[in-house]
Write a protein of this length. Structure first.
Length: 268
């Protein structure tokens, strides 16, 4: 069955278009970019085996739609763990690429590539740092070694140094907004997703589910421990929630769960 409003390969541009009014409202009200969370997981929520194998959990249609999501954003954001494990390009491979310069200096079809990296461990040869028309940004903590920061800048990488040892959404998201980035696609890993949810700094969830089960408690899930950022609340009523739309079945059998995050607000 073909979901309404989707192209046969699941990658129709209308499926990923951002609402400019929502993006503008997020910037004006909260002082941060509009944030989408994106993950691909098994039915039991796992994004890789315990040994790090993740390519590919979902099929071609889901991956094509994921690339469309990248192209719709001003920036694609990942944590250093994802870079070290997968060495992703974070490009819009296989999708139509434009050459329209957007706000913040990003190019349509070539969103900024952003890495959260407390101690500037990202390899200088990482594929996401390859020089092209896209902006490359690394967000580091206050203790990042100066020689590593200098090496990144020598490659033309923009480095944002936060005042805390670990970059927190309440600081790096407004900083990225000041660079002109109005919308972000956060692709993980699990700690990045957890941090965004815990700090009420996410606006949408795009969760691609394959029809497989990992069945391994040691395998990483798409969302990690929310930690102390979420105050203790009694029972299930206190859990972060999403207003989910009806599931979309993609060609190849994967399912997309898409919805808005309840309670997204100004960062504290």
């Amino acid at each position: 069955m073909q979901p309404e409003g989707m192209a046969p390969d699941g990658a129709g541009p209308e499926a990923v278009a951002l609402d400019p009014d929502r993006v503008r409202a997020c910037l004006e009200r909260y002082g941060r970019p509009y944030v989408r969370l994106k993950a691909a997981a098994t039915l039991d929520g796992k994004i890789a085996t315990r040994h790090g194998e993740s390519q590919w959990i979902t099929g071609a249609a889901a991956r094509a739609l994921g690339r469309r999501l990248r192209g719709a954003a001003d920036g694609v954001l990942v944590g250093i763990g994802t870079v070290l494990a997968d060495d992703p390009r974070l490009t819009v491979r296989g999708a139509e690429e434009g050459r329209i310069v957007q706000a913040g200096g990003s190019v349509a079809g070539a969103p900024a590539r952003i890495v959260l990296d407390s101690t500037a461990r990202v390899p200088l040869t990482a594929r996401c740092l390859a020089a092209d028309e896209a902006r490359r940004i690394v967000v580091v903590g206050s203790g990042a070694p100066e020689h590593r920061v200098a090496a990144l800048r020598s490659l033309g990488v923009e480095v944002l140094t936060m005042a805390t040892a670990r970059p927190e959404p309440g600081a790096f998201l407004p900083a990225l907004a000041r660079l002109g980035l109005r919308s972000l696609l956060a692709e993980g890993g699990a700690k990045v997703h957890a941090s965004m949810i815990a700090h009420r700094a996410a606006d949408e969830l795009w969760l691609f589910l394959a029809g497989s089960v990992m069945g391994d408690g040691a395998a990483p899930a798409w969302c990690a421990d929310l930690g102390e950022a979420v105050p203790p609340r009694p029972g299930l009523a206190g859990l972060p929630r999403f207003r989910l739309e009806p599931p979309l079945r993609l060609e190849g059998g994967d399912v997309l769960l898409r919805g808005e995050v309840e309670g997204a607000e100004a960062l504290q």
